[in-house]
Design a protein around this ligand. Structure first.
Ligand SMILES: [Zn+2]
Length: 154
């Protein structure tokens, strides 16, 4: 905790905040109740490009929130299936295709199955080893509303 804690290391601007705080503000509050102060931050900077009005609209909030959004987990399926039932059905379909193809060419079915297993294991490994680190990093990251740079104090 030194004196640099309260300004941006890039532009020395003081309009800084934890990324996650900005993100949660942007995603939970779409009515723009803090439009006054926040609009000032945005219009003072150049990081978003384009024209900036005085207000802080819902669209801009969403855009800011998506810019600051946390890292995402990788889907452990070849396609994005959100429900557990969907994953089971998809799994059975996938297995069905492999069996079907296997009747024509066992080698192709082996390759298709191999790719599926590889992708699944790769995504699982990412979610259990890489993702938690990225997420912890994101939680600690600060963001400058003047120049758009991000950093951590470590
Ligand atoms: Zn800055």
């Amino acid at each position: 905790m030194d004196t640099n804690q309260h300004c941006c290391p890039n532009c020395a601007g003081q309009q800084i905040a934890l990324k996650k705080m900005l993100y949660y503000q942007g995603t939970s509050d779409h009515s723009g109740s803090y439009s006054g102060s926040f609009g000032g931050y945005i219009s003072g900077g150049h990081w978003m490009g384009g024209t900036q009005g005085g207000g802080y609209s819902g669209i801009n909030q969403t855009r800011l929130a998506s810019l600051l959004s946390p890292p995402r987990r990788k889907s452990t399926s070849l396609i994005r299936v959100n429900s557990i039932l969907g994953r089971i059905i998809y799994g059975w379909c996938y297995l069905g295709i492999i069996i079907l193809v296997g009747k024509i060419s066992p080698i192709i079915s082996f390759v298709v199955a191999g790719i599926g297993v590889f992708k699944y294991l790769n995504a699982s490994r990412y979610n259990t080893t890489v993702y938690p680190k990225l997420y912890r990093q994101w939680e600690k990251e600060w963001f400058c509303l003047s120049c758009g740079s991000a950093w951590t104090y470590e």
